[in-house]
Design a binder for this molecule. Structure first.
Ligand SMILES: Nc1ncnc2c1ncn2[C@@H]1O[C@H](COP(=O)(O)OP(=O)(O)OP(=O)(O)O)[C@@H](O)[C@H]1O
Length: 508
């Protein structure tokens, strides 16, 4: 393991030889993590490397099988998340854990009512001070949190951490659902937490964020710490090599594919919530990217065509099926009409969480494994195992419940399900959200290969580099309005941001 040069002993937090198994799965084998006071420490690694498990152990949600933890020089052994929180460890999950119907103040004080804080007046004062420190004086403490944007809800979580005098704040993929402006605001807050002497453990698959906001790093691979050090001493390819044990030569592989006849023609489609008119055409072999800010109405286009959202008017023609008016379809009919959609919301729409990986993967095309109405389970499992291998889904068996997979591996199963169903027109909404860099490269290769096979693909993404890296053509959304679709090479990042924030094309 690459050694850190900092003197031992001055750590605020030290985790030594941590191990944790779930039945036969060794999620943590031997993990060491040392964090200084007031540093932002990146915890990186492939999907399934053990990052979330380690953080659940640290925050008191999981009990480790072995290993020792020290906080502020003292042995730290939380029996529950509440104990972890009172000891100074605040965990901010990617899917925020606030009680949606409770107010800002109630959420900030939740679980602390009679413990750490004194009287009611004192508590209210602390909430006020925490919000003011975060520059959120205008946020009314009696607002229910479900009325707030994701960015504001995240600040409520951070206020919660401030009120309990957290020494370490863990942020798990904190920017994955934020607008670019909210992400910038979050980076500002992180810098201020640091100045206050609070440490942040930052988990992210966005390496440019890691280099932008973090001081030191620790890399986990297969449940072990494989490297740690200062980010100023390592390059992006160097960090990737530690993460996946090899280098990624080509993140955006270019596989030749030809664009031919139109297979989807959308005319004057009017959808929620903006009621603007959208028209575009998609060709066989084309990868069309849709960019824009979160909330600009990007997902609504593909979701409406797929029958998941209401369409007010317009016409959608599907290749050689003129009789099918897509806007009258429901998702089942859409699947039969050779459309398929990868939802950005895998927990609610992509996966049946209490079923096995194999069932999730094959559910929408069970016919492939049935004869005379009987399902051949062996064949189904072998088919699932094949896709799992292709996408490198990390799991013991196709029969394991999907809920036992790490977030990134669940996303890979969603993609495998889509590939397995084998439709001709694919809508991919945030296909690489939560996916590690090595697997991203695999998914980009797959998307290109599918285009090579003549599939027509729409990719909606908040991650501009991937749209520029893999798409043939690109359109940008601004408040429900779609720009002209142009070859990707005709766009610059500045042009895209200009349209995304103003709805106007730059004169070129
Ligand atoms: N409750 C559980 N039951 C069974 N296996 C689990 C459970 N939680 C995690 N695992 C397994 O432990 C390993 C580590 O998962 P973990 O969620 O910690 O990875 P991660 O590094 O956070 O991944 P990602 O980047 O995809 O979020 C994986 O193989 C996962 O399938």
């Amino acid at each position: 393991m690459q050694q850190d040069t900092a003197a031992a002993g001055n750590w605020l937090l030290s985790l030594e030889n941590m191990a944790k198994s779930f039945g036969p799965v060794k999620a943590l084998r031997q993990v060491n993590l040392q964090v200084k006071a007031g540093e932002v420490h990146a915890l990186v690694g492939e999907n399934g490397a053990g990052k979330s498990t380690l953080m659940k152990v640290l925050s008191g949600a999981h009990k480790p099988d072995s290993g020792n933890m020290y906080l502020n020089g003292r042995e730290y052994k939380p029996g529950s998340p509440a104990q972890g929180r009172l000891a100074g460890i605040a965990m901010i999950y990617q899917e925020l854990m606030l009680a949606p119907h409770l107010t800002v103040e109630e959420n900030i004080l939740l679980g602390l009512e009679k413990t750490k804080l004194g009287f009611l007046q004192n508590q209210k004062q602390q909430v006020h001070e925490a919000l003011a420190w975060l520059g959120q004086e205008d946020l009314q403490p009696n607002t229910p949190v479900n009325q707030l944007s994701i960015g504001k809800q995240q600040l409520v979580e951070i206020a919660r951490a401030l009120v309990t005098d957290a020494r370490v704040v863990i942020m798990d993929e904190p920017t994955s659902s934020l607008t670019a402006a909210d992400a910038q605001a979050l980076f500002g807050v992180i810098r201020r937490l640091k100045d206050k002497g609070i440490s942040v453990i930052y988990i992210s698959h966005f390496l440019e964020e890691v280099f932008g906001v973090c001081d030191r790093y620790t890399v986990l691979r297969d449940g072990e710490t494989v490297a740690t050090g200062n980010l100023t001493d390592i390059s992006t390819p160097g960090l990737i090599r530690h993460m996946i044990g090899r280098s990624v030569d080509e993140l955006y592989p270019a596989i030749p594919h030809e664009l031919s006849e139109t297979v989807l023609q959308v005319d004057n489609l009017v959808t929620q919530p903006y009621h603007k008119t959208i028209s575009f055409a998609l060709r066989r072999g084309e990868i069309l990217g849709i960019s824009g800010l979160v909330g600009a109405g990007r997902s609504e286009i593909i979701r409406s065509i797929f029958g998941l959202e209401k369409v007010h008017q317009g016409q959608v023609k599907i290749k050689n099926k003129p009789e099918l008016q897509a806007i009258y379809l429901n998702p089942n009919q859409a699947l039969n009409a050779d459309l398929d959609l990868l939802s950005e919301n895998r927990k609610e729409e992509g996966l049946a969480l209490n079923l096995s990986i194999a069932t999730n993967l094959t559910l929408s095309a069970l016919g492939k494994y049935a004869k005379n109405g009987l399902l051949n389970l062996k064949k189904e499992q072998a088919g699932a195992a094949d896709w799992m291998q292709q996408l490198q889904v990390k799991s013991q068996s196709p029969l394991a419940p999907i809920s036992s997979l790490s977030g990134g591996n669940q996303q890979k199963v969603c993609i495998a399900r889509l590939l397995h169903h084998d439709s001709d027109i694919l809508f991919l909404d945030e296909p690489t959200r939560g996916i590690d860099v090595g697997s991203k490269a695999e998914i980009y290769r797959l998307i290109q290969t599918l285009a090579g096979q003549g599939k027509a693909i729409v990719v909606v993404s908040s991650y501009l580099p991937e749209l520029l890296g893999i798409c043939d053509t690109l359109g940008v959304m601004y408040r429900g309005q779609l720009s002209n679709i142009k070859p990707v090479k005709a766009w610059t990042e500045d042009d895209i941001m200009h349209f995304a924030t103003s709805g106007m094309e730059t004169a070129s």
